[in-house]
Design a protein around this ligand. Sequence first.
Ligand code: HSO
Ligand code: ZN
Length: 434
Amino acid sequence: MPVRLDASSADFEDAFRALLSAKREDSPDVDAVVAEIIADVRARGDAALIELTARFDRLELTPETLRFSRAEIDELVAQVPDDERKALELAALRIRAYHEKQIPEDANWTEENGATLGWRWSPVSAAGLYVPGGLASYPSSVLMNALPAKVAGVERLAIVVPTPDGVANPAVLLAARIAGVDEIYRVGGAQAVAALAYGTETIDPVDKITGPGNAFVAAAKRRVFGKVGIDMIAGPSEILVIADADNDPDWIALDMLSQAEHDESAQAILITNDAGFGQAVETAIEKRLETLERRAIAGASWRDYGAVIVVPDLDVATQLTDRIAPEHLELCVADPEALAAQITHAGAMFLGAWTPEAIGDYVGGPNHVLPTARSARFSSGLNVLDFLKRTTMAKMTPEALKAIGPAAETLAISESLEAHGLSVRARLDRLNQG
Ligand code: HSO
Ligand code: ZN
């Protein structure tokens, strides 16, 4: 049964803390296996990749067939129904436009003493995108990962996607094509992450790896971090809905189920200031769970991790929300902007009853790769900055060096770094001679 909490009851704080600390992910310890796989790919390159793909995906590859050919992509892409193609194109248009607004400005200014300071943004040269196979092989996620990289100006984008038994998802390939990516390899798992990080004879290494994956992929990303950049380790999906009684309980039920259906470990929470409405949403969820295609997954998520929290007023709701720091936050209240202004920690906010979270998953424009497991306290969803880095710039003039150089020399001497100090002193002496 989902947890029912009443913020006015005496034992609320303990129960709420228990909800916050509930461990949802049982991440199997696969690190030792992953370490071996990475070492193998580093040592043997394509040969290891081919052998592991045969073992895990039952697919015999050669160095020539590791990568999808243009003709193969053409053939698969042609299988996608027209309405799906159009929907993906609309999504791409909107996601691209949204992310273009994130492009940051370079900065450059000159101080009175003549020193010029600033910074300049530049994209990583190459990014690798992991796309899962099987149940969670989402074309929308291809767009969400590839488009920010493209907007950032990343020159080379490579996709790895496992194709168990050789079966590829045509919509994933279409999404890649729409995003402008044609370097796609039929490999997955830790071996694919290792190939992207270290390179093989066929796959050139990249600088940054993004995209979701199973426990093996997550462990591999952790391990290659430092050699390359990674985005984040995404956990199971979450949604928190704050709703007053002026809502259709069935709409709210569906919004909550939309994330519950992702994963048995997903979490859907309702906070409401009306106990009767909370009950109505619960009833609506139960009813929907009778027929929903993914009722086994959504039902398990709701039963094990679902919660309804009744609060005396919406101010309490905002405080609790900041403590939960949900991945997705829906504000189905009369004045969602006012409520949003009181909340800091959420990956993505959806304001008002006409904004189901699913809009954000597909076509809203904002990214759907978002911080989970309360990491919205300190991190953001995937964005253009994830594919950029900032180089700082400084230029001194003789006057500027005269003004601030002596302090540098003093600090160098105090840190016993003689050459540091002398590099400044040599210049200052020249200036004093002249
Ligand atoms: N809600 C998921 C992303 C997704 N939904 C993909 C549908 N497809 C994680 O935020
Ligand atoms: Zn979703």
